[in-house]
Ligand binder design. Structure first.
Ligand code: ATP
Length: 356
């Protein structure tokens, strides 16, 4: 900025540099800026409302968290992490132009009053992916290629930002008004140390230990098969059916842990159910650690090959696990024959296949 002419108090003319005015921030929003409509969902410590911005008429999903509930449930870290990750995904100019950036909920604003925190989010008009899988029983190969392809591109973006989701599952994959995916629920996610993601190995600092939560539930035992049941139940990050074996055995996660979840989701899209199932979480964990699952008759052979290459116990041997050190894409997954002919970089512009 050019210095401006000014007068000293003693009358001598001099040159002063005005204090630069801070960049103009949009005024902080408040609940009064929105008309709150129906409840569109409830979480364990939040209620999500459909809301309309009274100034623009734009619809949002506003997640409202009661402060005392967050403190009582010891979810402060969880909520802060969700906000941090949403901010990174919404405002990071890093790779912002990449197609994967389209596939996440965005955080439009946050505010609070005495009792509550408010997160103003993109409204995912078509809800969660899970009911679509459940309704049709299973996706055909075309739908599976499309939706798992979008998830893959989203993971490329997330992992290049050094974020691991750690709770990827069809309930956390929402759908916008055009039936494209919007991944949400970052409360379990982890922001890794800076630097490009390195492939998992026995000695990498780009893995995340899951003992940094404030829920003070004990970390998983080094042998979860021998841990007492109660202790085990609360002791991992994520959801039993999709949790990776390394999270159960070593308490660590890397981007490859999300690739494990992707393998579970591809399996579920084709067969209708996740691969590791039981009414007991304990049995699910045992099955995961023993890689005990089966393919139903008629499972697409190419999809089966893909799932078998993703559901590998050693995270460093999972398909794609070594890719991001050298390239911004999961090239070895993209080039798997199951995805032959798919143009991953234009999926967000395509009309999604009809689910039936
Ligand atoms: P928990 O906090 O227990 O892990 P959760 O992640 O499902 O549960 P919320 O994020 O509060 O909790 O979401 C509650 C419900 O609201 C979910 O069913 C979700 O599908 C729905 N929901 C959340 N965000 C949006 C959104 N942006 N658009 C549409 N629906 C949403």
């Amino acid at each position: 900025m050019a210095p401006s002419e000014g007068k000293k108090l003693n009358g001598a003319t001099t040159t002063t540099t005005p204090t630069p005015s801070p960049p103009t921030q949009p005024p902080k929003k408040s609940p009064n800026d929105f008309i709150f409509g129906k409840v569109i969902g409830e979480g364990s410590f939040s209620t999500v409302y459909l809301a309309k911005d009274i100034h623009t008429g734009k619809e949002y999903a506003i997640k409202v968290c009661e402060k005392h509930h967050i403190i009582r449930e010891r979810k402060t870290v969880h909520v802060k992490r969700e906000k941090d990750v949403l901010n990174l995904l919404t405002h990071s100019s890093f790779y912002a132009a990449r197609p994967g950036s389209n596939f996440f909920l965005k955080l439009s604003s946050t505010f609070q009053d005495l009792e509550r925190l408010y997160f103003v989010l993109t409204y995912a008009k078509n809800g969660e992916l899970l009911p679509y899988i459940n309704k049709v029983g299973s996706f055909d190969v075309e739908c599976t290629r499309f939706y798992s392809g979008e998830i893959l591109v989203a993971l490329e973006h997330l992992h290049r930002l050094n974020i691991i989701h750690r709770d990827l599952k069809p309930e956390n994959i929402l759908l916008d008004e055009n039936m494209h995916i919007l991944i949400g629920d970052f409360g379990s996610s982890k922001i890794l140390n800076q630097g490009p993601p390195s492939p998992p190995s026995s000695q990498t600092n780009n893995t995340a230990n899951d003992t940094d939560d404030d829920n003070s539930s004990p970390p998983p035992s080094s042998n979860p098969m021998q841990a007492p049941r109660e202790r085990r139940r609360n002791s991992f990050v994520g959801t039993a059916q999709y949790v990776s074996p390394e999270l159960l055995s070593d308490k660590t996660a890397s981007p490859a842990s999300d690739l494990w979840a992707l393998g579970c989701i591809v399996y579920q899209m084709i067969s209708g159910l996740p691969p590791f199932r039981s009414r007991s979480e304990y049995i699910i964990f045992q099955k995961i650690l023993k890689l005990e699952y089966e393919f139903p008759n008629g499972f697409s052979p190419l999809a089966r090959d893909l799932v078998e290459k993703l559901l590998v116990l050693d995270p460093s041997q999972r398909l794609g696990a070594q890719d991001l050190a050298a390239s911004p894409r999961y090239d070895s997954i993209r080039s798997h024959p199951f995805y032959k002919g798919i143009d991953f970089d234009t999926l967000h512009k395509r009309t999604p296949p009809t689910i039936y």
